[in-house]
Design a protein around this ligand. Structure first.
Ligand code: ZN
Length: 331
C-alpha cells in the first residue's frame, strides 16, 4: 500500500513538473513572440514621429533659407530715431551681398547707446517689456509656447503666411494661449513686398485674410520685414505706413535686439543682449526670432524671462492697443 502511495505521489509531482514546464515553455514562446512585436510597434511609432519632425524641420529650414540665405533683418540708418528713443553713436550697419533675390543687411542695434527719456534715471513706475518673435510659426514655436506657458508670460508673434497644414495648429495655439498675433508679411520676400505699393498691399492683405481664416483674428499690428528703417524698399516707407494707417494697423519696430539673427549667436550672447539692454528703457520692445535654425533663442528664453521677472517693477506683457509703439521712422 505504502509503495503504491509513493508511486501515486511521485506521479503527481511528475505531472506537476510537466505542467510547470509546459507553462514555462508556452510563456517563453509567447514572450518571444510578443516582445519583438511590442518593440516593433514602439520603433514604428518613434520612426513616424521622428520622420514628421524631420520633415517639419526640413520644410521650415527650406522656407527660411529661401528667404534669408544666411542672415536676415535689415536695419538702415533711420533706426536712430526709435520712437521716443534717441539713439546716439553710429549704427554699425553692414551690407551683406544679396542672397537670391533678397538684399540683407546685418545690424547690431542692441549695441547702440540710448539716452533721453529712456534713461534709466528717468524711469519711474513700471517697466513694460514686450517679447516679440518674428518669422514664425516654425518648428521652434511649440517649444517657445511651452516656455512662455511655464513662466506664465504672454508675448507677441509677428508671423508670416505659411499655409502648410502643419502650421495651422501653431497659429491657433498662439491665439488660444493669449499671445498677440501680429503680421510680418505673407512672403517675407523683400524684393516682392517692397517692389511697389501695390505689391506691399497684396502681400499684407493676403496675410491678414489668411490669419483671419486660420484663427478668426483680424490682425492689427505689423512689423516690417527688416524694420521700418530698412534701406531696401523701392517705395517710400511713408506710403506703406499710410496704407497701414488706412487699415488701422500700427507698426512696431524694436529698441532691444536679441541679436539672434546673427549667424552663430550663442545662448549667452542672446541672453546678454536682452538682459543688459532692458534696464535702459521704460518700454522695451525686444526683437527675437521664431525659426527652425534659431535654437539658441529657445535655449536663451528661460534665462531671459527669469532675469526680466527678477527686475524691480518690471512686467512682461503682450502688445495691445495701449502699447507705446517703438518706431524707427517717424512722420
Ligand atoms: Zn523677419
Amino acid at each position: 500500500m505504502a509503495q503504491s502511495k509513493d508511486v501515486k505521489q511521485s506521479g503527481k509531482t511528475y505531472s506537476k513538473r510537466i505542467t510547470y514546464l509546459r507553462r514555462m515553455i508556452l510563456g517563453t514562446v509567447a514572450a518571444a513572440c510578443l516582445i519583438p512585436i511590442c518593440i516593433c510597434i514602439i520603433l514604428a511609432i518613434r520612426y513616424d514621429r521622428l520622420k514628421s519632425e524631420y520633415e517639419q524641420n526640413r520644410a521650415d529650414l527650406d522656407w527660411y533659407r529661401n528667404r534669408f540665405g544666411t542672415e536676415m533683418e535689415i536695419l538702415g540708418e533711420g533706426a536712430a530715431n526709435a520712437g521716443t528713443v534717441q539713439a546716439i553713436g553710429g549704427l554699425e550697419t553692414e551690407e551683406i551681398p544679396a542672397s537670391g533675390d533678397i538684399t540683407e543687411i546685418e545690424s547690431d542695434y542692441a549695441s547702440q547707446i540710448t539716452s533721453g527719456a529712456q534713461d534709466p534715471e528717468d524711469i519711474q513706475g513700471t517697466r513694460y517689456v514686450y517679447l516679440t518673435f518674428d518669422d514664425g510659426p516654425s518648428s521652434s514655436t511649440e517649444e517657445i509656447l511651452d516656455i512662455l506657458n511655464k513662466y506664465d508670460v504672454k508675448a507677441t508673434f509677428f508671423v508670416c503666411g505659411k499655409p502648410d497644414s502643419r502650421y495651422t495648429d501653431l497659429y491657433k495655439r498662439i491665439v488660444d494661449e493669449g499671445h498677440t498675433l501680429g503680421m510680418h508679411s505673407y512672403s517675407h520676400k523683400y524684393s516682392t513686398i517692397y517692389e511697389s505699393l501695390e505689391s506691399f498691399k497684396a502681400d499684407l492683405d493676403k496675410l491678414r485674410i489668411f490669419l483671419y481664416e486660420t484663427t478668426g483674428v483680424w490682425a492689427k499690428y505689423y512689423r516690417f520685414p527688416g524694420g521700418s528703417s530698412n534701406t531696401v524698399s523701392q517705395v517710400d516707407m511713408k506710403e506703406l505706413v499710410d496704407y497701414l494707417n488706412d487699415g488701422e494697423i500700427t507698426f512696431f519696430d524694436w529698441n532691444v535686439s536679441a541679436g539672434d539673427a546673427t549667424t552663430g549667436a550663442t545662448k549667452s550672447t542672446i541672453v546678454g543682449n536682452v538682459v543688459n539692454n532692458v534696464p535702459r528703457f521704460k518700454h522695451c520692445i525686444v526683437l527675437l526670432h521664431d525659426a527652425a535654425d534659431k535654437k539658441s533663442t529657445v535655449e536663451a528664453l528661460p534665462e531671459i524671462i527669469e532675469a526680466i521677472q527678477g527686475m524691480d517693477d518690471t512686467v512682461i506683457v503682450p502688445i495691445t492697443d495701449d502699447t507705446l509703439p517703438v518706431q524707427h521712422i517717424k512722420y
